[in-house]
Ligand binder design. Structure first.
Ligand SMILES: Cc1cc2nc3c(=O)[nH]c(=O)nc-3n(C[C@H](O)[C@H](O)[C@H](O)COP(=O)(O)OP(=O)(O)OC[C@H]3O[C@@H](n4cnc5c(N)ncnc54)[C@H](O)[C@@H]3O)c2cc1C
Length: 509
């Protein structure tokens, strides 16, 4: 018996030692830092996370470089590829959210099938296309494929020229953040609106982080956070934020017990909460991503969070039922009042909330109230930003929706069209627009990517992360696991045979 015990100890020791080797990686590190070298911008993919990562990226295009780590030409090419990836990948990207640049090492056994699927015949081989289309693979001379082989990639300059030709841009290798911005600003392009879903997720995650960082949960604000979380659980347009909010809500009393504010403990709680939740991200592991899509300003300090927050509020307002409209109104008003860290904004917004005298009975009325409150802010800021020059020159404040986006929202066209109050709106048309803009259009990208369309797909990435971690367990560790489990089996058999050979105990039932 004792030698079985010692073999078991030895194997567990091997398992521990091998799992601590520098080569042991988790897929999270691979996605976050680009795999083998943490300084890499290119994201290293493998057969297990390939579809999930490409499905999940907010980027409009992806490049996949198939290479082999032993191939000298690939090693020499890497600095060129990295120079371009610096522009597009990660939170510090110069032009974020446009192209996801990835690589797959075909010399790893795990990737053999994946490289075959793309008919990889030499290294490196680069492909371009919409991220979701990569799941189908590529064959030479295949007609109608949206995945294309890149034929002119040999230097960073050539690759960037090729990209510029495809998307009509003029990016340069020396571009720095907020320089040479080529932000799309076609207000009536549904493709651009659809990208706002990523900003709604970003704003939700940042709002939650700020609440924890700034220790904003107090005895008098706790209830309003619970109410707002309830609204998010039911109606957040992103499924992963709904799930995360539900998790916080379900565990709220443990995270933040009511007696935290008893006389001897007042107002310490969020430090504890931060500790308890330190790794928890309300919209999933990938969010916040560190950049904005629809809400990206042409300057560092413009747009971003407050834009994402408005889009979140509008998207909630079009998802509630009549019976929830007053609840949604008070939840949003209280949330902004208690947790929006811009003093002027929250005071002004609360003043608008206080002007509402009778409770909302229709969700339509609430959605239109929020729309007109937002326009009131726009109107005020239009003047302020014009005189102080603090606005974003590419995104000046406007009374929304402009005619270009919704001609039918305007009853009369005339010289009086200068502010919300003076425009003769067709509110039925405005409501219709709000419903489609913040309703289906907002989630159309997700639907297209299959993230929200069916409840299972979102779990896929989480599942993938877990299962990929299992795949990248080093071989030594896997071997040790196998031996250890055999030993456990042997131990169990031995124990059971000893049990059988004993006299049966008396049973009381
Ligand atoms: C509750 C709240 C109160 C604020 N109060 C102030 C304040 O007092 N002072 C201040 O300086 N800043 C305030 N801000 C910030 C300010 O309103 C803008 O969010 C910020 O200046 C960024 O502007 P933006 O150009 O990205 O567009 P945003 O005004 O943030 O709008 C985001 C997007 O919503 C859409 N949109 C615009 N208007 C409407 C509308 N009426 N209905 C529906 N959709 C619309 C547009 O597509 C727009 O791009 C506030 C923000 C919030 C969330």
């Amino acid at each position: 018996m004792s030698h079985v015990y010692w073999i078991l100890i030895l194997n567990l020791w091997i398992l521990k030692a091998t799992s601590l080797q520098p080569g042991s990686r988790t897929v999270l590190r691979e996605i976050g830092t680009g795999g083998s070298d943490p300084k890499d911008y290119g994201v290293e993919l493998n057969a297990t996370n390939f579809d999930g990562v490409l499905k999940d990226t907010p980027a409009t295009y992806a490049i996949v470089e198939f290479f082999a780590h032993w191939c000298p030409a690939c090693r020499n090419y890497k600095p060129h590829y990295e120079k371009v990836a610096r522009l597009f990948n990660g939170p510090d990207a110069v032009h974020p959210g446009i192209i996801l640049m990835t690589r797959v090492d075909c010399a790893l056994k795990i990737n053999t099938g994946l490289c075959d699927k793309f008919s990889v015949s030499h290294y490196p081989m680069l492909f371009w296309g919409p991220p979701t289309k990569f799941s189908t693979g590529w064959k030479p001379n295949q007609e109608k494929s949206e995945i294309r082989e890149i034929d002119n990639w040999r230097t960073a300059e050539l690759l960037l020229n090729w990209i510029n030709k495809q998307i009509g841009s003029s990016y340069g290798l020396d571009d720095e953040k907020f320089e040479n911005e080529q932000l799309p600003s076609n207000i009536s392009d549904p493709g651009q609106t659809a990208q706002a879903i990523f900003d709604v997720e970003e704003a939700t995650a940042i709002a939650f982080d700020i609440i924890l960082e700034q220790k904003m949960i107090k005895s008098k604000t706790r209830a309003s956070l619970i109410k707002f979380l309830q609204l998010l659980v039911a109606h957040h347009p992103s499924q992963r934020c709904r799930k995360g909010s539900a998790e916080v809500l379900v565990n709220f009393d443990e995270f933040c017990p009511l007696d935290m504010w008893s006389s001897d403990k007042h107002d310490v709680p969020t430090s504890n909460l931060k500790e308890v939740l330190h790794d928890f991200q309300i919209c999933g592991k990938e969010v916040p991503r560190g950049y904005w899509m629809f809400c990206r300003g042409s300057r560092n300090e413009t747009r971003g969070f407050s834009c994402g927050l408005w889009v979140l509020m509008h998207s909630l307002s079009v998802r509630i039922e009549d019976g929830e409209s007053q609840f949604a109104f008070t939840s949003i008003c209280d949330f902004i009042h208690n947790f929006f860290i811009c003093e002027e904004c929250r005071q002004h917004f609360y003043e608008m909330c206080s002007r509402v005298t009778s409770p909302f009975k229709k969700s339509r009325d609430f959605a239109l109230w929020l729309w007109s409150a937002h326009n009131e802010v726009n109107e005020r800021l239009m003047k302020e930003e014009a005189s102080l020059k603090t606005g974003d020159p590419k995104f000046p404040k406007i009374i929304w929706p402009p005619k270009q986006l919704c001609p039918s929202c305007y009853h009369l066209q005339g010289p009086k069209d200068k502010g919300t109050n003076q425009i003769d709106w067709d509110q039925n048309e405005v409501f219709k627009l709000l419903m489609s803009y913040y309703g289906n259009t907002l989630i159309s990208l997700y639907k297209g990517k299959g993230v929200l369309a069916d409840g299972r797909t979102n779990a896929t990435l989480d599942d993938l992360v877990t299962s990929t971690n299992a795949v990248v367990v080093p071989i030594g560790a896997a071997f040790a696991i196998a031996i250890a489990s055999c030993m456990f089996g042997a131990l169990a058999c031995y124990w059971r045979s000893r049990q059988k050979s004993r006299k049966p105990r008396r049973s009381w039932n």
